[in-house]
Design a protein around this ligand. Structure first.
Ligand code: SAH
Length: 334
């Protein structure tokens, strides 16, 4: 089977059977590190919504995890008198249950097709696109081949497929040396294009935060995480979290194709700092002096270059009918 089919089967089992987050889980995401993350995102949406003078806006989250980001963002929005109805796109029954405990009034969707077709959409996707299936292509001495997964005595192993796949690889990397890997997520790009088309027509914006790169370089970024440590991608499928770096330039192109404007990507550190995370951290410390060390550590972890600040990126997909969002530099300013 193709790497993408392996990744899809492994991850759907993984997310359907686990709550992967937190200290006891396999990884920790930004909203689980601190309430500041979701609050700043909620304020970002509230500001944009107010300036757009929009009505009947829907909050949409793709892959909401435990529902922590949504709870923090909606609380911050509600303090600004913005109370959208809530739509979650989630496939995992285990995570749906956790989300329902937090936000019982949300509506759940198996995929984006059933989201409301009228009214602006404000959409957040944090660490969603990295978990979608990726296709990989490998350059062999006989040209490019799709990377497949076979099963033998040693268990699952990657191997080049039999059919030439040179025409599936972009021109600028076609001549790469043997052993080079090109990866792409057709499923992710289609969701990016389709959400952009919805947003262009209905109004609204989508904020994508994920780890990845702005300029595509050939390379294999597929990774497995288990109990906060790297694991082998091809061992114990369904027991590890499989992700790959998001190709932001490809996602931006897909979203432009759907008719939306793009802001960023900028680093997560830049974005959160521009939205005032330092002031929010200081305010939290004033209210909870006993928690000052934890709040300082969380702030550091979210924005520092050596932590999540640089590897993670923020990019906005905005309706041409909506104003420019906060948190992104004017052209040439960053
Ligand atoms: N946004 C959350 C969770 C990130 S983990 C956070 O930041 O903490 C990835 C999330 O995407 C999980 O909720 C997982 O169940 C969901 N997911 C993965 N593949 C999906 C798919 N194809 N459709 C909908 N949700 C999916």
């Amino acid at each position: 089977m193709a790497v993408a089919d392996y990744m899809e089967a492994a991850n759907s089992h993984y997310y359907a059977s686990h709550d992967p987050f937190g200290v006891k889980g396999d990884f920790i995401t930004a909203p689980e590190i601190s309430q500041m993350f979701g609050e700043l995102i909620g304020l970002w949406f509230a500001d944009l919504w107010a300036r757009a003078r929009a009505r009947d806006v829907h909050y949409v989250e793709l892959g909401p995890g435990r529902g922590t980001l949504a709870a923090d963002a909606l609380r911050a929005m509600s303090a600004q008198d913005r109370r959208p109805d809530v739509h979650f796109v989630e496939t995992s029954p285990v995570l749906r249950k956790l989300q329902r405990d937090r936000l019982p009034d949300a509506r759940w969707h198996d995929d984006i097709a059933t989201l409301p077709t009228e009214g602006p959409l404000i959409v957040i996707a944090n660490e969603f696109f990295d978990a979608l299936p990726y296709r990989q292509y490998i350059k062999t001495y006989g040209g490019w081949r799709e990377r497949m997964v076979g099963h033998g005595e040693e268990g699952f192993r990657p191997l080049p497929g039999a059919d030439p796949a040179d025409d599936r690889v972009p021109d600028h990397i076609r001549d790469a040396v043997a052993g080079s890997v090109y990866e792409t997520s057709p499923a992710g790009l289609e969701i990016g294009r389709a959400m952009a088309a919805r947003i262009a027509r209905q109004g609204g914006a989508m904020l994508v935060i994920d780890y990845g790169h702005e300029d595509y370089a050939a390379g294999d970024t597929l990774q497995a995480l288990n109990a906060h440590a790297y694991a082998d991608v091809f061992s114990n499928p369904g027991q590890n979290d499989l992700t790959a770096h998001v190709d932001f330039s490809a996602l931006a192109d897909a979203a432009r194709h759907g008719g939306a404007r793009i802001e960023g990507p900028v680093s997560q550190g830049y974005f959160l700092s521009a939205l005032g995370i330092a002031a929010r951290a200081a305010a939290l410390v004033r209210h909870h002096p006993d928690r000052a060390p934890d709040i300082g550590a969380a702030h550091h972890r979210l924005v520092d270059e050596e932590e999540m600040g640089t590897l993670f990126k923020a990019m906005a997909v905005v309706s041409p009918k909506w104003p420019r969002p906060a948190g992104f530099p004017e052209k040439g300013e960053e």
